[in-house]
Design a protein around this ligand. Structure first.
Ligand code: PLP
Length: 376
């Protein structure tokens, strides 16, 4: 199979698999006081250092979680627990991943005010729009770094700076899942108090994530128990997956420049091919991350197209992979018409994809237009 669904998940790299296997064989519990426990603790510490290096932060600012969904849920729930008695308003972008949008919707049901900032006509999120919405009653602003459906790359640093200028007490959270390792994410400059990342988007296995918590920022944990992760996330550490995450981060960050250059070249090759393909419209902005290209194919349903491409040996995604065929509200919030949303496909790239694979995708797309019936 040709795999163009790397924003949904990636193939674990050899280094991450080897690190997981080694940690499973050694199997100590980091909380144990004997040698095996210490050895496991050292492995966790090394992985934490790798994440800290990638995010330009201190190791103690990293909490390991089970996934980015847990990280972002923790960020929102913690903010509410600590500040939600006095303040009632949170602000998110209208194009957040469900791992932020859904907890925010739950808070809305609980009586909080949720302001959703929509992108402008060019698909941009404007710092002024966030700052304008911030007031004395606002306790949290959450904005993603890169959108998982279109690849739109948002000016998070400017957004958080504008927010903090208006009210320095507001907590800032960033879902950085689609940006992590692929572009610079210097937490010292970004202005995020909290930031979520995930392992399986960067060639680690599924089931491991992390939450960056800026030094001095308090956190009310979701999970209470044995006091692991400095009492900020109880539960015995998943040492194998933590080690795998650390190894994948090291391998990616050692090669970010080459990988991103390879992907950028492939992206422009594909964009050229797509631009000249009949009926195909590019939905991703020109300055989107090179890792994601969103298109719509006029007159064809996403799912029908997806399964046709699958039958031709090519995996892509319809809208967001997390939504399991559920209609995305995100593309609508970007201003795309229902017809464009219904026929949207997401092609997401890896440094391992080749031009030959891109050609095969382009051929399969043009075959789809010949072989499939248009929807009326
Ligand atoms: N945030 C974004 C932008 C994503 O693309 C995803 C997964 O698709 C997530 C969060 C959720 O990550 P996880 O699967 O680690 O919970």
């Amino acid at each position: 199979m040709i795999y163009f669904d790397n924003a949904a998940t990636t193939k674990p790299c050899e280094a991450s698999v080897a690190a997981a296997v080694q940690a499973m064989r050694e199997y100590g519990n980091p909380s144990s006081l004997h040698k095996m426990g210490l050895q496991a603790q050292l492995l966790v510490d090394a992985a934490r250092e790798s994440l800290a290096k990638a995010l330009c932060c201190m190791p103690e600012e990293i909490i390991f979680t089970s996934c980015a969904t847990e990280s972002s849920n923790t960020a929102l729930a913690s903010a509410v627990r600590l500040y939600g008695k006095r303040k009632k308003k949170l602000i998110i972008s209208a194009v957040e991943h469900p791992s932020v949008a859904e907890p925010a919707a739950r808070l809305e049901q609980d009586g909080y005010t949720v302001v959703r900032i929509a992108p402008d006509e060019q698909g941009r999120l404007l710092p002024e729009a966030f700052a304008e919405a911030v007031d004395e009653d606002t306790f949290l602003v959450s904005c993603m770094a890169v959108n998982n459906e279109t690849g739109a790359d948002f000016p998070v640093r400017e957004i958080f700076a504008a927010v903090k200028r208006k009210n320095s007490e507001v907590l800032t959270h960033c879902d950085a899942v689609q940006a992590f390792c692929k572009q610079p994410l210097d937490t010292r400059k970004l202005g995020a108090d909290l930031l979520s990342v995930s392992g399986h988007k960067i060639y680690a296995p599924k089931g491991i994530g992390a939450l960056y918590v800026k030094k001095g920022v308090r956190i009310a944990p979701l999970l209470l128990g044995g006091g692991q992760e400095k009492s900020r996330r109880s539960g015995t550490e998943n040492v194998p997956l933590i080690c795998a995450f650390g190894a994948a981060v090291r391998e990616f960050t050692d090669h970010t420049k080459e990988r991103t250059a390879t992907v950028a070249e492939l992206n422009s090759y594909l964009r050229q091919g797509l631009a000249s393909a009949a009926g195909v419209e590019l939905l991703s902005p020109v300055d989107a991350t090179p890792y994601i290209i969103s298109i719509s194919v006029a007159g064809y349903k996403s799912e029908t197209l997806l399964h046709f491409l699958e039958s031709e040996g090519v995996c892509v995604s319809s809208g967001s992979a997390c939504s399991r065929g559920k209609k995305s509200t995100v593309l609508g919030a970007f201003g795309f018409s229902p017809a464009q949303v219904d026929s949207a496909l997401r092609i997401s790239l890896s440094h391992e994809n080749t031009k030959q694979e891109a050609d095969k995708l382009l051929e399969a797309l043009s075959a789809a237009r010949v072989r499939l019936c248009k929807v009326k």
